[in-house]
Design a protein around this ligand. Sequence first.
Ligand SMILES: Nc1nc2c(ncn2[C@@H]2O[C@H](COP(=O)(O)OP(=O)(O)OP(=O)(O)O)[C@@H](O)[C@H]2O)c(=O)[nH]1
Ligand SMILES: [Zn+2]
Length: 387
Amino acid sequence: MNIPSGNALDSTTTNNAATPDGPSSYGYTAEVARYFDDHPCPEATGCGRVVRVDRNRLLVAAADGLLHLPYPLDGEVAATGDWVWLGPNRAGDRQILAVLPRRSELSRKRAFEDSSAGQVLAANMDTVGVVVPVDRPLTHNRLERTLVAAWDSGATPLVIITKADLAQVADDVVGKVILQAAGVEVVTTSAENGDGIDELMAHIPPGGTIVLLGPSGAGKSTLINALVGRQVQHTGPVRAGDFKGKHTTTSRELVPLANGTVLMDTPGVRGFGLFDAEDGMGEMFGDVEELAARCRFADCGHGNEPGCAVREAIEGGALTDRRWKSYLKMQRELAALARRSDVAAQRAYYREWHQKVVSVGKSQRWAEREVAEKQDRAGGKRRRRTR
Ligand SMILES: Nc1nc2c(ncn2[C@@H]2O[C@H](COP(=O)(O)OP(=O)(O)OP(=O)(O)O)[C@@H](O)[C@H]2O)c(=O)[nH]1
Ligand SMILES: [Zn+2]
């Protein structure tokens, strides 16, 4: 049976998937619906998203609410954020029939093992927020390494500066962050006084999923609480399988926000970049660059050219399609950023963020800059996102 996408998430429900705990609260957008259409599962009666992975079971948002379901039968590994097809098993109980291919993933690559054997920590994030606090000096290369890990995941990185209310130490750090961020978008926030929170939300695509990475004490929990507000305490009743009588309370790792954004609060993922992204850009995608260098033509577009080592590697399974796409995405975005980062633009960019940070301080300077900023805004001179 085929599920018409977008309007009927589960044929067992006549209600149009409006359950607060249904997939539509967990990032099920029109785009995701198309993605399900592209990966049909004939036996499926509905779809869902993995909200949390437990030792024995998965918490899944289905059209009729949150369910505890066993792991997929065929041994497929599911991760928080996965999109799944649901349907009855032989006994008639609801079961995960298939896990859709991930469009992005963070995986912990194990030493001495094939990298494909890495443990997937989070799936299908749109934005990876790289959290940088201003209350400590930037560690050499850490930001770059974390950004590369973010690019490698297939999602789009966003640098989130935290604790900008500590203005006396902020200026220096923000300037360095902007330089190290190599043009990746930067937002400056303070959970303390609420500055920059709306702007941060505006950087996440509608219905998009964001995960935060950063060192201990960077302010991730505080930021999450600011984003979630009261909702973080909210936990709904959960049914085990289809046994409607069984109710348990649970915490979630995917947290739906009121505006449709999904926050991924996965403890195992938080410090991720710090342990896994030991290497710089070249190292991280070194294998891909090596492959590209082996193509017969130096200017190979990796399309239909004869002797294309990249295409061969993808077809032979040595290079995953997702990883190749991540690489292309990073190249594309960095190229676009390089185009706009002539010296003048860089200075303006720096000045704007510098001003922002100063403006969240509580000094006389703050008052003056705030006025200047407001005038700028009124003049329509604010930098606009280019995407
Ligand atoms: N001044 C100021 N302090 C903040 C802000 N955000 C967080 N802090 C403080 O920074 C400290 C660490 O914040 P957390 O949110 O616990 O940091 P974390 O990144 O979640 O840390 P881990 O849980 O160890 O990963 C706490 O003492 C917070 O009160 C902020 O916007 N301004
Ligand atoms: Zn090629």
